[in-house]
Ligand binder design. Structure first.
Ligand SMILES: [Mg+2]
Length: 261
């Protein structure tokens, strides 16, 4: 598929047969968490994997390498996972990659530095209204409840511009994610896991901007599915919504069942 083509709805045309042709015994299956395996809810602490999804992913987890690659810290994600994947990668790729432990510690130090600097750069008033979430290897600034959203965002961006060292910044809905320079992103993380597991191909599904780091790889050995259609996305296929994840997992398990025969 050419990089500029819009994604195809997975459950129409030839999506399922493409999936069928792609998957084999050695495929590594990787998933984002929020908005992908679990529905987005207003309280991020209250997410949970729906029962039908949990059942399907447990089946998949028994017969293939499964990786969860999330923006949450590993500790936070662990609280919500009802299964133990082969790999749990946190902080958008910056935490949990085998062989990257000492670099991750460097990222943790950088994030602590940023937190100290933000305590000076943001006024007391804004420190009360903006949630500064130190996730270990990355930092998130949430400004959903900051009152004047536009003004808060401008002030946050101004403070971020003054941070030393400068972070890589990924914007989300009322959130700015700050990532240390040189930290692995989700695309790097998945490519490294493929190498480490000896998987010649991988399947990945995710729903937001940080998942585009995988979609942008445009690697013909990675089958990419975005949850929800997005015009600018580089994913090959999309689902219409998170509800369809269970159908997707069921389809994957159905295809893998053929290899058992
Ligand atoms: Mg997500």
């Amino acid at each position: 598929m050419s990089s500029n083509q819009p994604s195809t709805y997975l459950f129409e045309k030839n999506g399922c047969s493409a999936l069928d042709n792609f998957i084999d015994r050695e495929t590594l299956f990787a998933f984002d968490l929020d908005g992908t395996l679990v529905p987005i809810v207003s309280d991020p602490g209250a997410i949970g994997i729906p029962d039908p999804v949990r059942k399907e992913i447990a089946v998949l987890n028994e017969q293939a390498f499964v990786a969860v690659i999330t923006g949450r810290s590993r500790l936070d994600a662990l609280r919500h996972l009802a299964f133990a994947p082969s790999f749990l990668i946190g902080n958008h790729g910056a935490e949990g990659l085998p062989g990257w432990e000492s670099r991750t510690q460097e990222f943790v130090c950088t994030v602590k530095e940023w937190q100290n600097q933000l305590a000076v750069l943001l006024t007391d008033d804004y420190q009360r209204r903006v949630v500064i979430e130190n996730k270990g290897a990355t930092l998130s600034l949430h400004y959903r409840h900051a009152g004047n959203i536009k003004e808060a965002h401008a002030l946050i961006l101004d403070a971020v511009r003054q941070l030393v060292p400068q972070p890589r910044r990924i914007s989300g809905k009322c959130i700015e994610n700050l990532i240390p320079e040189g930290a692995p992103d989700k695309g790097f993380a998945l490519a490294l896991l493929m190498l480490q597991t000896g998987s010649p191909n991988a399947f990945f599904t995710g729903d937001d901007e940080t998942d585009e780091d995988v979609f942008r790889l445009q690697n013909k050995n990675i089958f990419t599915v975005r949850v929800g259609r997005s015009k600018g996305s580089r994913a090959q296929y999309h689902l219409r919504g998170q509800r369809e994840i269970v159908r997707l997992l069921h389809e994957i398990n159905r295809i893998l069942a053929h290899f058992k025969k």
